[in-house]
Design a protein around this ligand. Structure first.
Ligand SMILES: *Cc1c(COP(=O)(O)O)cnc(C)c1O
Length: 356
């Protein structure tokens, strides 16, 4: 029996995506060959890449002023590549520190240009999204982490500014529609909400490219990958194919407005239980709660092992919280069906009856 997969990442993928992905390993589209053993320059794979580049544009409503890339090295490589490609040594970029991933992005960007941390929620172990801070108008860009996978917080409103936003959307990409005009760049490691580990989706506004004066090694230059349709060198063909399958699935759902509605319903189901159940409490500020990663604790920590055992017995896996927050984290990405969330809610209700 398939388990209810609440892991934070690598994470759940839609069931039909896994089935098609498995079939492609054996025989890709009736070619008599596995997708794993064909050239990335074959017409079959070139078509995969073209569609995988087009669908993010369709789903997000991106105009021709944006370019889509599939890169390697994880979202973590974008922490430095973004600044390396987009920020001159004499320029300043503003960063908001909303958790471990933001902190890492800040550290790596510091190799290039001036990095100013204009707000942080570190004072409360990142349990909220800072608001009302000043964004210097001369910032080349503002870097945000839209969803904080570890701490369970998410931006529900962007700060007001004309500065282009560069956003790490690794854990909430394609979970809701976005106002594309606000963004200069978006990047996301595939393994949370899009596909398997091994590729990173990067979307960049063309006019921000070609501005920096430093020389950039060929493989680290966005322009290299854009010019060659993400096939300058051998791309991770299989992860990109699985991303394509997920993108098709998202489109079949009816687009991102429909996906957002489902995500809101799933999150509401779980947060309502956390709020109503006398044994549990949420760890993130209510107005900043993530629709993707739901973090909560037992008020009586001595019950933790028993609760984990009850969840495991109900086939719910991956709910142990990150070590820096403790407690529990249920990741309920796009691919998570509401029925699985209901199973976890039922475990919580039952646990309260037995231990209340
Ligand atoms: C997981 C995660 C990362 C790191 O991604 P890698 O692909 O492992 O480098 C970065 N940012 C966020 C928000 C994440 O959730």
């Amino acid at each position: 029996m398939k388990k209810h997969n609440f892991y934070a990442g690598p994470a759940i993928l839609p069931a039909p995506v896994l089935e098609q992905a498995a079939a492609a390993v054996v025989d890709f589209e009736g070619m008599g060959l596995s997708l794993l053993e064909i050239s990335h320059r074959s017409k079959e794979f070139t078509a995969v890449m073209e569609e995988a580049i087009q669908l993010p544009k369709d789903l997000l409503g991106l105009g021709d002023d944006f370019e889509v890339m599939y890169l390697t090295g994880g979202a973590s490589s974008q922490f430095y590549m973004a600044a390396m490609n987009l920020l001159n040594d004499v320029e300043t970029a503003s960063y908001v520190d909303t958790g471990a991933w933001s902190t890492k992005a800040i550290k790596e960007a510091q190799h290039f240009g001036n990095i100013e941390v204009i707000a942080t929620s570190k004072d409360k172990n990142y349990a909220y999204i800072p608001k009302g801070y000043h964004i210097p108008g001369n910032s080349t860009f503002l870097h945000l982490t839209s969803n904080n996978t570890i701490f369970g917080t998410e931006y529900h409103e962007l700060p007001e500014t004309d500065v282009p936003i560069i956003c790490d959307m690794s854990s909430d990409i394609f979970s809701r529609p976005i106002d594309v005009a606000r963004y200069g760049m978006i990047y996301a490691g595939a393994q949370k909400n899009l596909g398997p580990a091994g590729t990173t989706l990067a979307i960049v506004r063309k006019d921000l490219l070609g501005r920096v004066e430093r020389t950039i090694p060929t493989m680290l230059n966005y322009q290299t990958h854009i010019a060659k349709n993400s096939s300058f060198n051998t791309p991770p063909v299989y992860p990109i194919y699985v991303c394509l399958l997920t993108l098709r699935w998202l489109k079949e759902q009816g687009g991102l407005a429909v996906v957002e509605e489902k995500n809101q319903a799933k999150a509401a189901l779980l947060y309502n239980e956390i709020d109503e159940n006398p044994l549990f409490e949420g760890t993130a500020a209510a107005e900043d709660r993530s629709l993707m990663n739901v973090t909560f604790v037992l008020k009586d920590e001595t019950l933790s092992d028993a609760f984990l055992a009850a969840a495991t017995a109900a086939n719910c896996v991956g709910i142990k919280g990150h070590r820096s927050v403790g407690g529990f984290r249920a990741s309920i990405y796009n691919a998570m069906p509401q029925s699985s969330v209901q199973v976890l809610v039922d475990v919580m209700k039952d646990f309260a009856q037995k231990n209340g």
